[in-house]
Design a binder for this molecule. Structure first.
Ligand code: ADP
Ligand code: MG
Length: 714
């Protein structure tokens, strides 16, 4: 049964059903929900025996493993707390290589043998789980017949309770590892990379004269973009249901040309949904800070305050999950796909990244004293070097099929990595590189010795929204991540390559200090050498411009426009070396990630292609034929001549796609390339005709909601 526009519009009516939320009196302490469902430090202090609490805190501060003898005590306290909050089950919550989270629920209750049941949860169950893991992708690390994988408690990310209208679930963040000790998830490498960076940064800080810091944490604040559309339209579009994006849809008469949506007032239904999402996230301790409309119609953004990479990564997964769950309470569906609508801006996730000491110093803060400036220059230079050396790996770390429709379109960074430093900072580096900057001036303040240089500290005043990797005052913003992406892999890469660059720069510094240079002279000299060698990656212009692509090629920067191009960098020599040296991912673990990513790419293109063929054949072609029949019945030759050839063209394109969808008998990368070159092209051909037909076929015959409705009815 096809719908008419009017029915479609009626379907989008809503009434507030978030009534449960209302507006509580926030001056009443009980109404403050932040962290209410988190087994936080405060809860631990209140519930754990003193010596256990102290031991747990100490092991967290030092980043060491907890004495298993204490685990029983922690488990008891956790169980008591969870039962009070209505939890009937617990789960080891982990992040396998699917890029999503996984959970298998276990009841707290076990039979006692006399017909009764007892709530049970021991230290053993807290620390280790053994899910039947045979169906998770492992890229050949673990054959299914030896399906053993373990989950291991990560005490550095607090346990939390997920509420459901009919009960609650205690979630224990865990790592997922094979019985041979290989990481099968995204958390283990991330934790390893944080550790590696901490060691390198603490060592460098020692050389720079900071002997107080004993640990350095990487911090991440992700900005999440997403679409909210009426659920009615979602259900009427098999492409959205199956693939997360529209495989058909003509450009609507109105897009975002009027720039009226960005930062516009938020529609009531959307705001109600956002508020409930934020409240639920607050209960889980996710510090959501900003919300606003994004550029595309029906597109929005949410950003939390930054946290350490591991916790931020876990919280980011929860954010994506809750955005999707809670939208449904408002008759909405949250789309996290990178490019749900062709021709309309896609969604990304900006990864704001920095490094901070346990003494509270942000290493990418230019600071106000000469020594802070030196420290800043040192770490900033290391980041430039790291990004230049491992451009292609960074690009690979954000590759997925959705990204291929976004990166390089004139809305998102190109597939070329470059760094934006900002005019002021670039001047400082250029002056150092050309030897214009005196090591120290009269008052010891870097840069004041030459008129060309503004004094640090710098304020990240200027912005460049087109840059994939931009310095924004006291952190770098890696803008290339896709909206559906986990933070795990990109941050693992960032942390590890930064650790390597810090070590290389520290070695240069050490040798200059050994040669008798003062600290300032030595830092400036080391910075000069490194910056000169790596400044090819620094670019302050328009990354969307054609000329940049040509210039980047001249500079020798990598341009990896699609996923099959980017993925081989997971197993490139430079990757194997840096990941191996820092103990983050072994060659085998890298190979497994490569294999999983290649396979996922192919599988997803295949699903899209079969969905496209099916919609075209069973929905759009019949609608077109019905329309043709009406034209034929009307006898209007002009109309028939205009329309009939398109139907024939459409049929031919569908047949070609169906043929492309047949098994080509290829494997691995060759199969991925086949999908990219042959199948995606056949899909595009079908779509091209379909989108023309959409504009010609009688509106009441067209079976898919159109962009004008999906994007504009709120
Ligand atoms: P904009 O849209 O201008 O880039 P937002 O306020 O939306 O800025 O987002 C900035 C993000 O950067 C926030 O998530 C914020 O917490 C994060 N951030 C700020 N300082 C740091 C830091 N030192 N390390 C990591 N992230 C940071
Ligand atoms: Mg931003």
């Amino acid at each position: 049964m096809s719908r008419t526009r009017q029915q479609n519009v009626t379907a989008a009516q809503w009434s507030a059903n978030g009534g449960a939320l209302g507006s509580p009196d926030l001056t009443v302490p009980g109404n403050q929900v932040f962290g209410a469902n988190v087994f936080s430090t405060d809860v631990q202090r209140a519930r754990l025996p003193k010596h256990v609490f102290k031991a747990l805190q100490a092991s967290l501060a030092e980043g060491k493993a907890l004495d298993t003898a204490l685990a029983d005590s922690v488990a008891q306290a956790m169980k008591g707390w969870a039962l009070e909050r209505g939890a009937t089950h617990y789960t080891h919550w982990f992040q396998p290589l699917t890029g999503m989270t996984a959970e298998k629920h276990d009841s707290f209750y076990g039979p006692t043998g006399d017909g009764n049941a007892l709530a049970e949860f021991s230290g053993k169950e807290l620390i280790q789980g053994e899910p039947d893991a045979s169906s998770f992708p492992t890229g050949g690390i673990r054959a299914t017949f030896e399906a053993r994988g373990y989950t291991a408690w990560d005490p550095t990310s607090p346990a939390f309770i997920l509420e459901n209208p009919n009960g609650a679930l205690l979630c224990i963040p865990t790592a997922f590892v094979s019985w041979t000790g290989e990481a099968l998830d995204t958390k283990i490498p991330l934790l390893r990379s944080m550790d590696a960076l901490s060691k390198s940064a603490v060592h460098a800080l020692g050389l720079l004269g900071d002997s107080e810091a004993s640990r350095v944490f990487t911090t991440v604040g992700p900005e999440q973009e997403y679409f909210l559309i009426d659920e009615q339209y979602y259900y009427e579009r098999p492409d959205l249901i199956t693939t997360g994006r529209t495989l058909f849809g003509a450009k609507p008469p109105k897009g975002h040309e009027l720039d009226e949506h960005y930062f516009g007032s938020i529609p009531e239904r959307i705001l109600a949904c956002m508020m409930e999402t934020e409240r639920e996230l607050a209960k889980l301790g996710v510090p959501v800070k900003t919300r606003h409309n994004e550029v595309a119609p029906n597109q929005y953004e949410l950003a939390p305050i930054f946290e350490n990479s591991n916790v931020s990564c876990d919280h980011q997964q929860l954010t994506m999950q809750l955005l999707q769950n809670i939208a449904r309470r408002y008759g909405l569906v949250c789309l996290l796909h990178e490019k749900p609508f062709a021709g309309v801006n896609g969604s990304g996730k900006h990864n704001n990244w920095s490094m901070g000491t346990d003494t509270g110093v942000n290493l990418l803060e230019p600071g106000e004293t000469p020594s802070e400036n030196l420290q800043f220059l040192f770490f900033c230079t290391a980041v430039v070097a790291a990004v230049n050396k491992h451009q292609a790996l960074l690009r690979a770390s954000v590759a997925n099929i959705g990204q291929d429709h976004r990166l390089g379109a004139n809305e998102a960074p190109p597939a070329i990595i470059s760094i934006f430093l900002g005019g002021e900072l670039e001047k400082v580096f250029d002056a150092i590189a050309s030897g214009e900057a005196a090591a120290a001036s009269d008052n010891g303040f870097l840069g004041l010795g030459t008129p060309a240089l503004p004094p640090l500290p710098l304020h990240g005043g200027d912005r460049n929204r087109t840059s994939p990797f931009a310095f924004t005052g006291n952190k770098f913003e890696f803008r290339m991540l896709g909206s559906s992406s986990s933070l795990g892999l990109p941050n693992t890469v960032l942390n590890t390559i930064a650790a390597e660059a810090i070590d290389e720069l520290a070695a240069a510094l050490e040798s200059k200090l050994g040669g008798g240079a003062s600290l300032e002279e030595a830092v400036i000299a080391a910075v000069r050498e490194s910056y000169t060698a790596n400044s090819q990656v620094v670019f302050g212009g328009d990354n969307y411009a054609e000329e940049w692509h040509a210039e980047a090629a001249e500079r020798g920067l990598h341009n990896l426009p699609n996923t099959p191009d980017a993925l081989p960098w997971f197993v490139a020599d430079s990757t194997i070396e840096v990941m191996g040296t820092y103990g983050v991912l072994s060659e085998r673990e890298l190979e497994s990630r490569f294999e999983v990513a290649v396979e996922q790419y192919g599988t997803k293109v295949n699903i899209e292609a079969e969905t496209a063929a099916s919609i075209a054949r069973t929905m759009l072609l019949p609608a077109s034929v019905r329309h043709l029949n009406e034209l034929l019945a009307s006898g209007r030759e002009g109309l028939i001549d205009e329309f009939a050839p398109l139907v024939a063209e459409f049929h031919a394109a569908i047949v070609a796609l169906e043929q492309a969808n047949e098994d080509p008998g290829l494997e691995g990368m060759e199969l991925a390339q086949y999908f990219r070159d042959t199948v995606l092209t056949a899909m595009t051909d079908v779509r091209e005709v379909a989108d023309k037909l959409e504009k010609l076929v009688a509106d009441d015959l067209w079976p898919l909601p159109k962009y004008a409705e999906v994007l504009f009815i709120k």
